[in-house]
Design a protein around this ligand. Structure first.
Ligand SMILES: *Cc1c(COP(=O)(O)O)cnc(C)c1O
Length: 229
């Protein structure tokens, strides 16, 4: 993990985000979440040194290890992978924001832990905007109803939506999924004024499209650290 090359890649990604924002005529902020899964704690230290304040992990065990090594308050910790309900209590104190809230039962478990521990459960609700069966998250048709129920749970703070692009090289299909997610959030926010307006969309291969379509949080790993082994 060479800190200088990581810093150069961070600068490059920031530049590409900026250009995508300009193309779309967007003014809002885009937060870079460096996905450090499978990489050692030094990857977190390298992006921190490059000025990145947010990192993403997809497994609770690995999140716990890195938090132990780097420090809970050193950086904003994002849980971006599926969380099992029985790990809600272990996970909650470790993350600042979970992007992958994908069921009402998980929301209920996180809410109970949030109340018990006196800390908020900040979450993005995952939506399956592409309709791919392998993808997690709520179906668009059930989203508003689910968001309403989740937002009512004590201790829960719904800050927006997250989606994963469909598995395809067709950029127009990817763009359509991101656009649909933004429209779903716009619709939901009109009906549920309490929910936030964050949109977690875009990974290494598609973050520029995501930014053009309104992403406020891009989750990028391999473009910063190289392909995972
Ligand atoms: C691994 C992962 C990423 C980062 O993927 P890259 O292609 O390496 O940028 C983003 N989001 C989620 C949910 C992931 O699991």
């Amino acid at each position: 993990m060479d800190p200088a090359s990581v810093a150069a890649r961070v600068a490059e990604v920031r530049e590409r985000v900026e250009r995508a924002r300009e193309r779309a005529g967007r003014s809002g902020e885009v937060t870079l979440v460096a996905v450090t899964k499978t990489h050692p704690a030094d990857a977190v230290r390298a992006v921190l040194a490059a000025g990145v304040a947010h990192v993403g992990e997809n497994r609770v065990q690995e999140l716990e290890e890195k938090v132990g090594e780097v420090g809970r308050d050193a950086v904003g910790w994002h849980l971006i992978g599926h969380l099992q309900r029985n790990k809600a209590g272990k996970a909650l104190p470790l993350f600042d924001l979970i992007h992958s809230l994908d069921s009402l039962r998980l929301a209920q478990a996180l809410s109970a832990e949030a109340v018990k521990r006196g800390i908020p459960a900040r979450a993005l609700v995952q939506v399956n905007a592409s309709g791919e069966e392998s993808k997690g998250g709520f179906e668009p048709a059930e989203l508003v109803d689910a968001l309403g129920k989740i937002a009512e749970l004590p201790g829960m703070r719904v800050e927006g939506l997250m989606t994963m692009a469909p598995f395809t090289d067709d950029q127009s299909v990817i763009r359509a999924a991101f656009r649909r997610t933004r429209e779903l959030l716009d619709d939901a926010a009109r009906q549920l004024p309490g929910i936030g307006r964050q949109l977690s969309m875009g990974m290494s291969n598609d973050f520029e499209i995501a930014v053009e379509e309104g992403s406020t949080l891009v989750r990028v790993g391999s473009v910063l650290f190289g392909e995972r082994g």
